[in-house]
Structure formats: structure tokens, C-alpha cells
Design a protein around this ligand. Structure first.
Ligand code: COA
Length: 395
């Protein structure tokens, strides 16, 4: 059987960054609560001329420059920060990227699980015709109300992935474990620009979903825990991955290490918990992109993965989750420049807390006509709204 999976991936984020130490101090909270308690050191913030379309297209641009556009007949855009109730964000991204018009485009939504739903659809499309390639863009802007418990877990990021036969990075294996339960742990009502979250409930829902999806994977012929070398989790904040690893350790009885922070005592088999958290610790939550940011972080910071099996747990509140596995391909380090994401994170412009709060309270997601100020230095920007339609341009 032809191997199918992730051939290449790239990550983009916002123009600004907020230090969580500064955020904690502005609220008279001990910084340790955010930095160690939640496992977050920074969060990305979008400029007024950035959104999921500009960020997603910016992630996809280097991917297409490296790989060309031949055979791409599908673009799936996964997001839970949709900018329109009808038109798929990917249609604007297609135009910005100069993709041919003979490409089907659709938007996929199920909270942070959407990127994995897109991946599963892409695997099916490429299985049917291995000469086709599918472009996935998973992009989100995670926003909560100011001064709410969720505020320090905001962030923004986009991951673009190319799904192909004979992939150069990760061949996805056929067995998967799935779990869906109707639960109100997190959602964003139509009339709100910020998410509603019951954080404690979402921790329980996530861990129960992990237990159920792991059991389903075992029931469907998935590998034993001892045959999985590295494990990635959806990371709304990186401490959640540690909680997940503790749960999986308990459920399987395997001594997988729960050391998350650099310098933590390694208490068992290293499955990449710390390595896979490096980008998300600095990005904040990127919803649909989060678990694939964890994949990028692992691939970029571990040069001994060739032939290893990676387990990936994807969770989207509401809730839908999936545990699947893939094999890292030989030569994965040659596909992309592993330093580009760290460099992009370093380039973000720091915001003071007053500037960040003003930006948060500014106009967001309205259909009123506006021309946005030019701020971002990303390849694409959100230029404003004209006659209620969002406008985009290359810089
Ligand atoms: N130093 C180190 N750790 C500290 C600390 C300090 N000074 N003060 C508190 N902590 C720890 C707490 O012990 C806790 O750790 P634990 O979870 O391992 O017990 C952690 O910091 C968080 O503290 P807590 O009191 O639980 O925080 P909170 O009630 O303000 O909110 C969340 C935390 C996660 C519930 C909240 O940020 C949230 O709702 N985030 C959104 C979650 C989300 O997106 N869910 C949906 C997708 S899965």
C-alpha cells in the first residue's frame, strides 16, 4: 500500500507578542502561575491588518515555493475563528497564493479538532488518486475576554501542510481511535468575538476523550504504547499536554515521562513532551494549528526521529477527538529549514500591556467598512472591509 501523509509543513504567527510575565504582573498575579502553572511564556497577538486568511496564506507561501502547485486540486481550511458565516476563508487564500482555479476549497469546523478532520479528508482524497496533493491550512486567533481565566491562554498561529503519497515527513498509519461526546466545555456563540469556556470542565472532557480515543485505537488494531516513540497532544496551554501524559501513563501503565519544562526531572521514557511544547509555549493557543505546531516543534528540535512512530492526540472542545499514529520518514530534516520558526517567533514585536489591552478592545470582526493601517510585515495582509466584504492584498 502506498504511504500517504504529511509531505511538508510550515508555521506562521502574528506580528505582536505579549510576555505572560508582564501580563501576570499587571494583574498582581505571581508570574509562576502562567509560566509554570499553565506552561506559557508568551502569546502571539495579531495586528489590525492580520487575520486567519493573511496568516494562513503566509504559512502556505513557503510551502508552495518549495513544492510547487502541481497536483493540488483541494485546499481545506480548518478554523474556529471564521471571518464569514458563508464563504470559506480558503477562497481568499487561494487567490492570494495564486493557486489555479481548478481547486475545490472548503472550510472545516469542529473547534481545535478541525485540522485533523481536514487531514483525514485529505488522506482519503490522496488514497483515491495518489497523483493529487491536498493543501491544508489550519489557522486560528484565540481570543478570550480581558481579565477572564482564559486570557493567559490566548494566542494565534497557522500551520500549512501538504498531504501527498510517499510523504517526506510523516506517513500516517491506517488505525485511529475516535471519541465524540456532546459537552459544553468551550464554544463561541455567533454574536461573540471571544470564546466562552468552562476551563475546569474542558480539562475533564479532554482527559476523558483521551482515555476513550486511546481505547478505541487499541480496539481498532493500533500499536501498543511501548511501540510509540513520541507522543504529541493538542496544547491549549502546554500544561494540558502534561496532564494528558499523566492520564495516558495511568491508563497504559507505561512509564512515559511527564517532564514538561526544561530542567524538570525526567521521570521515565522520554516521548518528547518538552521538545514538542517549545513553539506552543511561545505562541499561546492556536486552536486547530496547535497539535501541528507541536509536530513542527518536535521535528525541528529532535534530529533522531527517522523511523520513529509518533502518536498524535487531537482534541476539539464540544467535543471531538482522535488518536492516530505516523512514522517519521528518513531525511525528514532535509525537507525544511528547522530554524525558520524560532526566527519568526523572535521577530515578533513586543506589546506593552496597555497597548495589548487597547488592541484587544478595538474593532474586531465587524462588517463595517474600514481601511486597516499597514502594520504587518507578513507576505499578505487584511486590507479592510469594502461594502461589507473583506479585502486582502499581498505586501
Ligand atoms: N506557581 C506555579 N504554579 C501555579 C502558581 C504559581 N504561583 N499559582 C497557580 N499555579 C498552578 C495551579 O496549581 C494550576 O496547576 P494545576 O492545573 O496543575 O493544578 C495552574 O497553575 C492553573 O491554576 P488555576 O487556579 O487552575 O487557574 P485558573 O482557574 O485561573 O484557570 C484554566 C486555568 C486553564 C482553567 C484557564 O486558563 C482556562 O479556562 N483556559 C482556557 C482553556 C481552554 O482553552 N480549554 C478549551 C480547549 S482544550
Amino acid at each position: 500500500m502506498t504511504a500517504i501523509g504529511i509531505h511538508d509543513l510550515e508555521l506562521a504567527t502574528g506580528h505582536y507578542v505579549v510576555s505572560l510575565t508582564d501580563l501576570a504582573e499587571s494583574k498582581d498575579i505571581a508570574p509562576g502561575k502562567f509560566v509554570l502553572g499553565l506552561g506559557q511564556s508568551e502569546m502571539s497577538v495579531l495586528a489590525p491588518d492580520e487575520d486567519i486568511v493573511s496568516m494562513g496564506a503566509s504559512a502556505a507561501k513557503p510551502l508552495l515555493e518549495r513544492n510547487g502547485t502541481d497536483g493540488i486540486r483541494t485546499l481545506l481550511f480548518a478554523t474556529e475563528s471564521g471571518v464569514d458565516q458563508s464563504k470559506a476563508a480558503g477562497v481568499a487564500a487561494l487567490e492570494l497564493l495564486g493557486l489555479p482555479h481548478n481547486v475545490r476549497v472548503a472550510e472545516i469546523k469542529q473547534a481545535c479538532y478541525g485540522g485533523t478532520a481536514a487531514l483525514q479528508a485529505a488522506l482519503g482524497i490522496v488514497s483515491r488518486n495518489p497523483t493529487e496533493r491536498v493543501l491544508i491550512i489550519a489557522a486560528d486567533n484565540a481570543r478570550y475576554q480581558l481579565d477572564s481565566p482564559g486570557e493567559p491562554t490566548q494566542g494565534a498561529g497557522a500551520v500549512a501542510m501538504l498531504i501527498t503519497a510517499d510523504p517526506a515527513l510523516l506517513a500516517v498509519e491506517p488505525a485511529d481511535g475516535i471519541s465524540t461526546t456532546d459537552v459544553d466545555d468551550f464554544w463561541r456563540p455567533n454574536d461573540s468575538t471571544t470564546a466562552v469556556v468552562n476551563g475546569k470542565l474542558s480539562i475533564d472532557a479532554y482527559l476523558d476523550a483521551l482515555t476513550d480515543a486511546w481505547g478505541d485505537l487499541q480496539d481498532h488494531g493500533g500499536p501498543a504504547i511501548g511501540d510509540i516513540d513520541r507522543i504529541l497532544y493538542h496544547q491549549p496551554y502546554t500544561k494540558m499536554a502534561k496532564k494528558a501524559q499523566q492520564r495516558l501513563r495511568q491508563v497504559t501503565g507505561d512509564d512515559i515521562s511527564t517532564a514538561l519544562n526544561p530542567g524538570d526531572e525526567v521521570d521515565g521514557r522520554d516521548t518528547g513532551l518538552e521538545t514538542s511544547a517549545r513553539y506552543n509555549r511561545r505562541l499561546g493557543n492556536s486552536y486547530t494549528a496547535s497539535v501541528y505546531s507541536a509536530l513542527a516543534s518536535l521535528l525541528d528540535h529532535d534530529d533522531s526521529l527517522a523511523g520513529d512512530r509518533i502518536g498524535i492526540f487531537s482534541y476539539g472542545s464540544g467535543c471531538v477527538s482522535e488518536f492516530f499514529t505516523g512514522i517519521v520518514q528518513d531525511g525528514y530534516r532535509d525537507v525544511r529549514d528547522a530554524g525558520t520558526i524560532d526566527a519568526a517567533l523572535d521577530r515578533r514585536v513586543p506589546l506593552s500591556i496597555d497597548e495589548y489591552r487597547a488592541l484587544h478592545q478595538g474593532p474586531h470582526g465587524t462588517s463595517a467598512d474600514e481601511v486597516t493601517p499597514q502594520v504587518t510585515d507578513a507576505p499578505f495582509r487584511f486590507a479592510g472591509v469594502h461594502e461589507q466584504a473583506r479585502q486582502y492584498e499581498a505586501r
